[in-house]
Ligand binder design. Sequence first.
Ligand code: CUA
Length: 151
Amino acid sequence: KYEKVWLVFGIGCLFVFLTIVGVSAFAEGNQPPSCLTTIDPEKVDQTPPFNKPGLVKTGDNEYQLNIVASAFAYTPNQVEIPKGAKVTINVTSKDVIHGFEVVGTNINMMVEPGYVNSFTKTFDKTGEYTILCNEYCGAGHHMMTARIKVV
Ligand code: CUA
């Protein structure tokens, strides 16, 4: 009699685990942390906010930094951010896949044509940060950099 109870309990547990694994895999597969928004790569220049790339103040100490990547540069390629600002960086590409790594931070995104990738970070320390393309994108790949200045 007790064996039957345990058997049912065991099978029940198995189903619960499989369901959790299945649901989380499905949810993550469908909605990765990046690639949330799609954009027409040929109309990046006309699509807000990328028609006016750069830093935009969105709230008290909160900013949006919209950056367009194209072979072989970022637009804008130099940005000044006030110290302590919480910045949501949105990047997209006009042509091929680029990288977006901010050296010395945990910001490291892929920049894909057709998608907007985002990362939010608070810049607490003053200094200069280099943005690098870490995805091979063509002959000028090694020259593709930009700079963030936290002042
Ligand atoms: Cu852009 Cu490598």
